[in-house]
Design a protein around this ligand. Structure first.
Ligand SMILES: NC(=O)c1ccc[n+]([C@@H]2O[C@H](COP(=O)([O-])OP(=O)(O)OC[C@H]3O[C@@H](n4cnc5c(N)ncnc54)[C@H](OP(=O)(O)O)[C@@H]3O)[C@@H](O)[C@H]2O)c1
Length: 280
């Protein structure tokens, strides 16, 4: 895919949401190095200024704000004249005990991870349909397939991303728009701190203390040895390059294994395992 932008030949024009840190930032840097024209969107636009040195164009973007989303797409169309790839990456983890998480926090989780992703998607589809094609890469999670206690709202948001992507993939196929899901496991980014802070700030009742502590310890152990964002960025680049991309890419290997175990084991077996890990 080689397109003439306003002044340079590029492999294609990409918008990555949530590019101020972690997976989004790593993907922006990798795609820019590969010769794509990359627009990096996030709320903390000042954090992305240094990325200009890598030819990346930072854009102020809050995916929960329809006007901000429309403005970002307008800016890209004015500057580059097209938009080939959207990486819907902006998101965070709301960990918390379901009885304790306030409605407003749950709503915010869906506003960013689900409705934000769809607001972005609806904003770029008219452009992609008019161009006769494009690619939308949605960052889901192993939590989109495998639910544990204390991750209920986050897992629900990623299950929603999975369902919406499966529907969208068929709806937009006739227009040459391909929809891909990426399902990462634990990756060392700002994600862990944010998610654990969410758990701690919503904690209230003693009756759930043991479960919350066990969950937090498990998360901290998982993340201690987790790989960095580059492994997911490489998978996203693979999905960008593939002429015929798969519907989903689970990475790294532990994510693929967990998803496979969930598919093969029955509810009773999974519940027994989770009870042993988090209850008794
Ligand atoms: N790290 C993991 O273990 C892991 C595993 C599976 C899936 N994921 C998924 O990977 C994606 C990226 O997470 P990460 O690990 O790279 O975490 P991260 O380092 O915390 O990055 C999250 C990014 O999302 C952006 N963001 C948050 N709210 C936003 C909003 N309303 N509008 C625009 N941008 C927003 C943040 O930027 P601003 O705050 O500057 O806006 C930040 O750039 C998320 O969807 C996450 O669920 C992560």
């Amino acid at each position: 895919m080689v397109h003439k932008g306003d002044e340079t030949m590029t492999k294609g024009v990409v918008l990555i949401t949530g590019a101020s840190s972690g997976i989004g930032k790593a993907t922006a840097l990798m795609l820019a190095k590969e010769g794509y024209r990359v627009f990096a969107g996030a709320r903390r636009v000042e954090k992305m200024e240094a990325m200009r040195a890598a030819n990346i164009e930072p854009i102020a973007l809050d995916v929960t704000d329809g006007e901000s989303v429309a403005e970002a797409v307008r800016t890209i169309m004015e500057r580059a004249g097209r938009l080939d790839i959207l990486v819907n990456n902006a998101g965070y983890g709301l960990y918390g005990i379901l009885e304790e998480v306030p409605h407003e926090e749950a709503q915010r989780q869906f506003d960013v991870n689900v409705f934000g992703l769809m607001t972005m998607t609806r904003a770029v589809l008219p452009v992609m349909r008019a161009q006769g094609g494009g690619r939308i890469i949605n960052i889901s999670s192993v939590a989109g397939k495998f639910v544990t206690p204390v991750s209920g709202w986050y897992a629900a948001s990623k299950h929603a991303v999975e369902a919406l992507s499966d529907a969208l993939r068929i709806e937009v196929a006739p227009f040459g728009v391909k929809v891909v899901l990426i399902e990462p496991g634990a990756i060392r980014t700002e994600f862990e701190d944010t998610a654990v802070q969410q758990l701690e700030s919503t904690r209230q009742m003693d009756v759930y203390s043991q479960m919350a502590t066990k969950f937090k310890t498990l998360v901290q152990n998982n993340y201690r040895n987790a790989p960095g964002a580059d492994v997911v960025a490489k998978t996203i680049v693979r999905a960008v390059h593939a002429a015929n991309p798969r519907a989903r890419y689970a990475f790294p290997m532990d994510s693929r294994m967990l998803i496979l175990v969930r598919r093969l084991a029955g509810d009773r077996m999974i519940d027994r395992l989770l009870n042993r890990m988090f209850v008794g």
